[in-house]
Design a protein around this ligand. Structure first.
Ligand code: UGA
Length: 434
């Protein structure tokens, strides 16, 4: 099949590469000329395991040439199905800002006005229930002067890709959700995903666009709440002198609970959990429903960095002292610092007048945009040298491996937000929930 993917962010670039791997021909459309040039030069614009290999295989010289990037929307006319993978940021009140999606839908609609035959448009971005049916479809209809269900089809196919393992997650899905408001669109989506469904025998959920949209929010809300619940339990454990990880190991053996997402500590960051829980809470409030559980999950998440800093305060006054922040990315395996817990930690340290030294194997440059004035070093050893406290924020392997490097600290206070290292002689160790 010939596919177009609008947007070359974390989702767009990954799915474009993976669709080619499934045997389709793909054109990736983005307004950013630099990103388009990078993709055509088989360079991944984002850090994602397996993506450089996919790009090398399918774009540029000596490749299959089945993936190409362009800034020209007209190239969509040569394709059968378009996936909209544009960003959906937040308004100040947490609600979803659909303006980029709306602009993309308008441009796509104007393009489709010139298409003589059927085309299917699939929304892949995370959008609140009703966005596809009530906002995007009418824009496509007006801009193309065509009718949805009659001359073109609309579907919604949420993604469940984790940053860092997105290629693996795409090719090994737990489920494929196909939301469509007309049969032709559904049939086209099946044709796109058939090679994947057959390859891994993935369960398919066939539904309407509104339900497909909600499934994504429900998924992320559940996972975010699960982490916040274990953090709530973990905070209680810490206060009562119990190790939350021993408790979680036992809990996870219960099939009804499951072992995943029970790692308590600094909580969730990244571009998804915070944004998605905020958007669905705002959507609920617009309907006069108070989402108490999701409100609490957010509040618990926000308090974890403060609790880590208080544990540090209990051992050392860091004013004018060097403090090592180990890990800046929102989780290991990515250079993404959006909503990283490290941001709150660094802010708290600056308020205390500390001299902050940050280390991350790949995310330092991105953090520099938030905090240009703190010091960034190339190794955890360099960060620890002469430090009065070390705060463990991201459980990178390089951080987990630390041991005698702590001996170089001025006062060896180590406060661990991820249970990355074990208590050992010679350091004052505090775990956030253990
Ligand atoms: C999340 C979902 O897992 C994906 O299924 C979804 O597609 C994606 O959001 C999205 O909406 O695009 P992601 O944000 O990449 O993926 O990261 P996760 O691996 O889910 O981790 C989220 C945060 O939770 C991280 O900060 C991580 O450190 C934290 N976490 C996770 C914990 O604190 N404890 C855990 O046990 C697990």
């Amino acid at each position: 099949m010939k596919l177009s993917v609008v947007g070359s962010g974390y989702v767009g670039t990954t799915v474009a590469g993976c669709f080619v791997d499934l045997g389709h021909d793909v054109v990736n459309v983005d307004i950013d000329e630099e990103i388009v040039a990078a993709i055509n030069d088989s360079k991944a614009p984002i850090h994602e395991d397996g993506l450089p290999e996919l790009l090398k295989k399918h774009t540029g010289p000596n490749s299959t040439n089945r993936l190409r990037a362009t800034t020209d929307y007209a190239e969509i006319l040569e394709t059968d199905v378009t996936f909209l993978c544009l960003p959906t940021p937040q308004n100040d009140d947490g609600s979803i800002d659909l303006s980029i999606m709306e602009a993309g839908a308008e441009q796509l609609g104007e393009t489709l006005a010139d298409k003589p035959d059927w085309h299917t448009v699939v929304v892949k971005s995370t959008v609140v229930p009703g966005s596809t049916e009530d906002v995007i479809t009418p824009i496509l209809e007006e801009a193309s002067d065509k009718s949805a269900g009659g001359e073109f089809g609309v579907g919604m196919n949420p993604e469940f890709l984790r940053e860092g393992t997105a290629v693996h997650d795409f090719l090994n899905p737990d489920k494929v959700v196909l939301g469509a408001d007309d049969d032709h669109a559904l049939a086209d989506m099946y044709e796109v995903f058939d090679p994947l469904i057959k390859r891994v025998d993935a369960p398919v959920i066939e539904t309407n666009t509104r339900t497909a949209e909600m499934i994504k929010y429900a998924n992320n809300s559940f996972l975010a709440s699960k982490v916040s619940l274990i953090n709530d339990i973990g905070n209680i454990c810490k206060e009562l002198g119990v190790d939350a990880y021993e408790v979680a190991d036992a809990m996870g053996l219960d099939d009804r609970i499951g072992e995943q997402f029970l790692r308590s500590g600094l909580g969730w960051g990244g571009s998804c959990f915070g944004k998605d829980t905020a958007a669905i809470r705002a959507a609920a409030r617009q309907q006069d429903y108070e989402p108490l559980m999701l409100d609490a999950a957010t509040e618990i998440n926000e308090q974890q960095p403060g609790r880590l800093l208080s544990l540090m305060d209990g051992h050392v006054d860091v004013q004018g002292k060097r403090v090592a922040v180990l890990g800046l990315a929102f989780k290991p395996g990515t250079d993404d610092v959006r909503n990283s817990r490290a941001i709150h930690i660094i802010e708290g340290l600056e308020q205390r007048g500390a001299e902050v030294v940050g280390y991350d194997p790949i995310a330092a440059e991105n953090m520099r945009e938030h905090f240009p004035d703190i010091q960034y070093v190339e190794s955890p050893t360099a960060a620890l040298d002469g430090a009065s406290a070390a705060l463990i924020v991201t459980d990178w392997e390089e951080v987990i491996a630390l041991d005698e490097e702590f001996d170089a600290m001025a006062t060896p206070v180590v406060v661990d937000g991820r249970r990355a290292i074990s208590r050992r002689d010679g350091i004052v160790y505090e775990g956030l929930t253990w």
